[in-house]
Ligand binder design. Structure first.
Ligand code: M6R
Length: 608
């Protein structure tokens, strides 16, 4: 949610800031803006919509400056408009960019109004600029003013600030929202994502909650929450240019779908033995701790939640462990009762999702056996906060719709189930079969891409409709949910998933010749029952698109049967995900939506 960047250099920083924003555009694209500290004044430009609009304005104005900040916005407080776009300024002096939410904005707004500040926007962020200005008037120093101003803020923020009177300096602060400093040659940076500055920074310092920083082109000073100057360890972060380019594909989402054999390969690489997972793949001591696991509590959001729901069956089957699964946004508001030896597992691609982080923080105050995180971004807050973790190693996922994040999370969850069963010395044969299935997954994913030709034949019909139903049973109901989520978020077609047996309890009323019904029919213990449910659709004249295999082949007059590769018991859900991703992608292309950056959404949801 919102990307922020700041730069101070011996060269002009305008282009660096714009490029950085483009690499963070996945975080929000309602508006973009830049403020540059020029000789006499701060020069500010703001544009509605995408960074490219701002870039065009930059070409027109050709501003030059060696210090600046910039922002790409996902609107929370106040509609997308120029007034609400960042950077926000106070008295033509202090300019800020902000990511996060200030919860006590109403009282701060009232107080600042009394102090005589003219508040122009509807945002909570503008208030930060005025607060810093207010304290600067009193204390004289910008860093000191920031320290005092942030003491008043409740909520989450990462902030970058420039001050007209402090040429060559960028100030920054972090509280529960990602922010890091990049060290360059005769230049330094601050950004909410390392990708934004990877091409110019030589090393990174991850700021901690409560940290402040003051950077100039040749100096980085970091202060902790007690205002004491501290050293943070320099970290190397792999963020290569190939990972952030489309590499010949039309969209990042397309590239990321086709990367899945490699990504899942990277998830399992170095973690599998011949017939089992290796010990301690979730971190030192994890294998011993897992001996005690009796129950599991999962929390996640969106696609990551679907991963947990899919994986439940593996945990029941391989490690005989009951699972509870909650939306992260709901979990801590229901006062969950924690039974003894329950393992808490949070799943998140970004590791920065506010709801999931808040759930993890809450869980730490409860009597869990410990917290495991499955996440894709090693520098994320979640990665730092958990007791044990597994990085999915999928590489940066830029498309807003999660694809490779999901299949790699499933691979990690299957390894967690095997790992717990191994620690408890149970179900050796199932562990061996699941391990072998994991090993076979990358090549099966590759085979699944051959389905594109079949999918092309059904794309047009689905693209012409406004609604779709997705059906599955058992684990494949959760895969159907994920398929429906993909379709709705990038094509804007309303899609709902149901366990096929539920159809007759209500949704069957929707079935006619205008609603496509997509069904997953793998060869499992429920296939006969599923086929009967599909007959109910056929009998009502529904159009059926069935993904199945030889055993589930049904005669379809209206629609199409698409034959899947032969999968194993444990990897079938991972492989069946691919055609649903391809289908959503092709339908969205057909409808001409902005599918890497669908309307109203953002990749990393760092607000509650
Ligand atoms: O980064 P996270 O996995 O925590 O994100 C959770 C959801 O916001 C995310 O999975 C979202 O549902 C997907 N972008 C949908 O494709």
């Amino acid at each position: 949610m919102c990307g922020i960047i700041g730069a101070t250099s011996s060269r002009s920083v305008g282009k660096i800031l714009i490029k950085g924003l483009q690499l963070m555009e996945y975080r929000g694209y309602d508006s973009a803006g830049i403020a540059l500290n020029q000789k006499e004044q701060v020069f500010r430009l703001r544009a509605l919509g995408k960074v490219s609009n701002l870039e065009e304005m930059m070409v027109e104005h050709k501003p030059k400056a060696k210090t600046g900040i910039a922002h790409t916005r996902w609107a929370t407080h106040g509609e997308p408009s120029e007034d609400n776009a960042h950077p926000h300024g106070s008295n033509d002096e202090v300019y800020i960019v902000h990511n996060g939410i200030i919860e006590n904005h109403e009282s701060i707004r009232a107080r600042l109004k009394k102090e005589g500040y003219k508040i122009i926007s509807q945002t909570d962020s503008e208030l930060i600029a005025h607060l810093i200005h207010f304290y600067k008037q009193k204390l004289g120093k910008t860093t000191q003013a920031m320290i005092e101003a942030t003491k008043e803020l409740k909520g989450a923020y990462s902030i970058a600030v420039i001050d007209k009177d402090k040429k060559g300096k960028v100030f920054a602060a972090r509280q529960k929202s990602p922010l890091l400093i990049g060290r360059g040659i005769e230049e330094n940076f601050v950004a909410s994502d390392p990708l934004a500055i990877a091409s110019v920074a030589e090393g990174f310092y991850l700021l901690e909650d409560g940290d402040f920083a003051e950077i100039s082109k040749d100096k980085i000073k970091i202060f902790d929450e007690t205002s004491k100057e501290v050293q943070r360890n320099e970290t190397l972060i792999e963020a290569t240019a190939t990972a952030t380019s489309r590499g010949g594909y039309k969209h990042f989402m397309e590239k990321e779908i086709y990367e899945q054999p490699e990504s899942v390969g990277n998830t399992i690489n170095g973690r599998l033995g011949e017939n089992d997972v290796l010990n301690n793949i979730f971190g030192l001591g994890s294998s011993d701790a897992f001996k005690e696991v009796k129950r599991i509590q999962f929390v996640a959001c969106g696609t990551s939640l679907h991963a947990a729901k899919t994986a439940r069956k593996w945990f029941e089957d391989i490690c005989e462990t009951p699972c509870y699964i909650d939306f992260a946004s709901e979990y801590r508001y229901r006062n969950p009762l924690v039974e003894e030896n329950t393992l808490f597992v949070s799943i998140s691609q970004s590791g920065e999702t506010a709801d999931t982080l808040a759930a993890l923080e809450y869980a730490k105050s409860k009597e869990y056996l410990g917290a495991v995180s499955i996440c894709n971004v090693p520098t994320s807050t979640m990665a730092r906060d958990a007791d044990w973790k597994m990085f999915t190693n999928a590489g940066p996922e830029i498309g807003v719709a999660s694809t490779k994040a999901f299949t790699t999370q499933l691979a990690a969850l299957l390894m967690l189930a095997i790992s717990i069963a191994k620690s408890q010395d149970i179900n050796k044969d199932k562990r061996a079969e699941a391990t072998q299935d994991l090993r076979n997954t990358p090549s099966l994913l590759q085979e699944a891409f051959a389905l594109k030709a079949d999918i092309d034949q059904i794309t047009e019909n689905i693209a012409s409709k406004n609604n779709a139903l997705y059906l599955g049973r058992g684990m494949f109901f959760s895969i159907a949910q994920e398929g429906a989520l993909k379709l709705k978020e990038i094509s804007y077609i309303h899609a709902e998933a149901y366990p096929a047996g539920e159809l007759k309890h209500g949704p069957l009323a929707l079935v006619d010749d205008k609603i496509p019904v997509v069904a997953l029919a793998p060869e499992d213990s429920l296939v006969e029952k599923l086929l009967s449910n599909l007959e109910e659709v056929k009998a009502r004249g529904g159009t059926l698109y069935v993904f199945g295999n030889a055993k589930s082949k049904i005669e379809i007059k209206r629609g199409k049967f698409i034959k899947m590769p032969e999968c194993g018991t444990y990897n079938a859900p991972i492989v069946y995900t691919v055609p649903l991703q391809l289908l959503a992608y092709e339908v969205a292309c057909h409808r001409g939506t902005d599918l890497d950056q669908p309307r109203n959404l953002a990749k990393s949801v760092t607000v509650e």
